[in-house]
Design a protein around this ligand. Structure first.
Ligand code: CS2
Length: 487
């Protein structure tokens, strides 16, 4: 079993922490300790810690969900002293393995909310970061406001001392820190959103306003919410992959992570209570992240979800197989070159065409073995983030809508859960109700346009887009994806 006792004796080729994890004190609390966080933020923090003198930047992970799976995960982290291995793999299959030591503690919030609040109130905690998914910020896409009528939010507002949502925890902790004179921490979103820092600000200040307007003002004036662009393809690891990773590393790790060799983090340097020297680990600090995040979500993520939907319908299950299909490859390139790149102002020094080629080659990395179902999961939230700007700009400028409509149509057809070979699969849409899923499956291809996924451009009059989506869905149903792909 991987734990601190074996750090002095790791298998050959496996790199361990440069410091003794026991000497690392926590300075960051992170909500949502999924694979992406462990391959991205934790990996950057790990690499900026000095040999021997690691500094106060250990991470306390917090899980917000209850249930047997979450409890098992918490127990495993405890048994492994917070250690886990990260395998990075390049397109040729070459691997490097590293044991990450920064996760110093893991708390399961539903089991002991007070323990989480106590941690958040510790003056040593200077950053609270989160990966809570695109749909996790509880923002009404039409009004841009935080939704206080969400039942989970209502429950936290009624009982702020024992919260269950990330909003309840962070705001209650800030209230206590303000009262104790401890001062604020930075709230750092690491989700794929446009302006993720501003979205986080809207969410946390919105929640605070509903419980204590004076506190909301204090948060607005004192807490910083840096925007960032985060990027690293990190697949899910099933039991087979876990065993394979362990066989190759020689470790016995119950929670190994796998990631591509590429990674990028562009971050606004806006930390009200200090930060680790992340530039030492390759984080790019810029004054305005907007251009980078536009490129990332509108190119990589939108292409990913589109490829995911089309690939699933054609009977593929892996990203590298779908992008190896010549027709899908051509379509994704056409979407990027004709519909997205023509609208984006790239940040200085960023070559959009090189970025496009890199995206395609990253999708082709078969050693990552990323599944199309993971890519499409929570498409209802992602599509708003990844497509909205492209759709709005295209509608406003009278740009050709054929490929955009086809991508949206494919996403809706994908939700029906059956491919062109008659094989079934289960789309993962945690935010959609059964009624909403039924809309997507309705025999009337227009019914699904009532879904919140389309709220981002509902204020524009969109009959031509609606017609194009409906026509594309009909064409896919009648002639199949391949025969219906636009040029
Ligand atoms: C994917 C992302 O879920 C998705 O839509 O595109 O998980 C993607 O792998 C990451 O954003 C890459 O940084």
């Amino acid at each position: 079993m991987l734990n601190r006792a074996i750090l002095g004796n790791l298998p050959e080729g496996v790199r361990g922490p440069a410091y003794d994890p026991a000497t690392l004190t926590p300075g960051i609390v992170h909500f949502g300790v999924g694979n992406f966080f462990r391959a991205h933020e934790a990996w950057y923090v790990e690499r900026c810690l000095d040999r021997g003198k690691p500094g106060p930047w250990g991470i306390v992970g917090v899980g917000l969900t209850s249930g047997a799976r979450s409890e098992r995960k918490a127990e495993t982290f405890r048994a492994q002293d917070g250690l886990y291995s990260l395998t990075e793999v390049d397109a040729d299959g070459a691997r490097t393995v590293r044991v990450i030591g920064v996760l110093r503690e893991y708390l399961l919030a539903p089991a002991d909310p007070e323990a989480v609040l106590a941690r958040l109130c510790d003056p040593a905690i200077r950053i609270v970061s989160m990966t809570i998914t695109e749909g996790g910020y509880n923002i009404d896409e039409e009004t841009g406001e935080f939704r206080i009528d969400n039942p989970r939010v209502e429950a936290d507002l009624a009982n702020p001392q024992a919260p269950a949502t990330v909003f309840g925890f962070v705001v209650e902790a800030l209230r206590r820190r303000r009262a104790a004179g401890t001062g604020p921490f930075t709230v750092m979103s690491c989700d794929n959103l446009r302006h993720n820092g501003q979205v986080a600000r809207t969410a946390f200040v919105g929640y605070a306003r509903a419980c204590d307007p004076d506190l909301a003002q204090w948060i607005e004036a004192n807490v910083t919410f840096p925007c960032s662009m985060v990027d690293r393809i990190t697949p899910s690891v099933d039991a087979r992959m876990r065993d394979l990773l362990n066989r190759e590393s020689g470790l016995d790790d119950a929670l190994p992570v796998l990631a591509e060799d590429f990674s990028q983090w562009v971050l606004e340097d806006s930390f009200c209570a200090g930060r680790p020297p992340l530039e030492k680990a390759g984080v790019e600090f810029v004054s305005d992240v907007t251009g980078y995040e536009q490129v990332k979500v509108r190119m990589l993520n939108a292409a990913h979800v589109t490829l995911g939907a089309l690939g699933l319908l054609l009977g593929y299950r892996y990203v590298h197989d779908a992008i190896a299909d010549a027709d899908l490859h051509r379509f994704i390139n056409a979407y990027l070159q004709k519909d997205v790149m023509t609208q984006i102002h790239a940040p200085q020094g960023l070559d959009l065409d090189a970025y496009r080629r890199k995206v395609i080659s990253r999708f082709s990395n078969r050693a990552v073995a990323d599944t199309l179902l993971r890519i499409c999961s929570d498409g209802a939230s992602k599509s708003q983030v990844f497509w909205t700007d492209t759709v709005r700009r295209s509608l406003q400028s009278g740009h050709d809508l054929s490929r955009i409509a086809f991508g949206l149509a494919a996403y809706l057809e994908m939700l029906r859960g059956i491919d062109e070979k008659g094989e079934t699969y289960t789309p993962l849409e945690p935010t959609l109700t059964e009624g909403q899923v039924a809309l997507a499956r309705d025999t009337d291809p227009a019914a699904a346009l009532a879904l919140p996924a389309f709220d981002g451009w509902r204020d524009l009059q969109t009959p031509e887009l609606t017609q194009a989506i409906v026509a594309a869905r009909r064409a896919i149903r009648e002639h199949g994806v391949r025969a219906s792909l636009p040029d």
